[in-house]
Write a protein that binds this ligand. Structure first.
Ligand code: ADP
Length: 151
């Protein structure tokens, strides 16, 4: 019995867990949604990030709490301001695919200084368009690792 080898085996098991098995439900809004309604939505859904989609349902932007705060400080009419003006847009969105590992996702969150990643797949009908099928957040990853390490 070599504790180091055993430990490495467990570490490898943990590292190989895939995003698809841990992803959470994505909270999505139309990109024409007002900043006011997005703020309401972020409270109702109790999330830190919303994903914006276009009319066809394809990923178009990411809206974080800080994006909404920044917009709220600088603007008076939040009911008239669409989230498309303040969101982080494609192609600057960092995404993760369902078959990538949780460790890949964790590294992307850390390297890009962000709290969440949309889990995506390419559209089968529209080339270069992507669909949001979930989200991975710092909370999802922390929970997954805590569960795996609980003996
Ligand atoms: P918060 O703004 O609440 O601190 P984040 O740290 O996740 O939340 O967001 C910081 C900035 O990064 C925001 O401007 C947000 O739009 C952007 N952002 C968040 N998630 C992503 C992502 N997956 N890809 C690209 N940009 C993102």
């Amino acid at each position: 019995f070599n504790p180091n080898t055993e430990l490495k085996k467990h570490a490898a098991d943990i590292a190989s867990q895939i995003v698809n098995d841990y992803k959470a439900h994505p909270i999505v809004v139309q990109k024409s949604t007002s900043v006011y309604d997005a703020i309401v939505q972020i409270f109702l859904e109790d999330v830190g990030t919303l994903y914006a989609v276009d009319k066809n349902g394809f990923l178009s932007g990411v809206i974080s709490r800080k994006d909404l705060l920044r917009a709220a400080i600088g603007n008076t009419n939040l009911e008239e301001l669409p989230v498309s003006v303040i969101m982080t847009r494609m192609p600057n969105i960092v995404t993760v695919k369902p078959e990538e590992t949780l460790l890949d996702a964790a590294k992307k969150l850390i390297h890009n200084h962000i709290d969440s990643l949309p889990v995506v797949r390419e559209s089968e009908t529209e080339p270069n368009m992507i669909e949001v099928i979930g989200r991975i957040t710092k909370t999802t990853i922390t929970r997954a690792y805590a569960e795996m390490l609980e003996i």
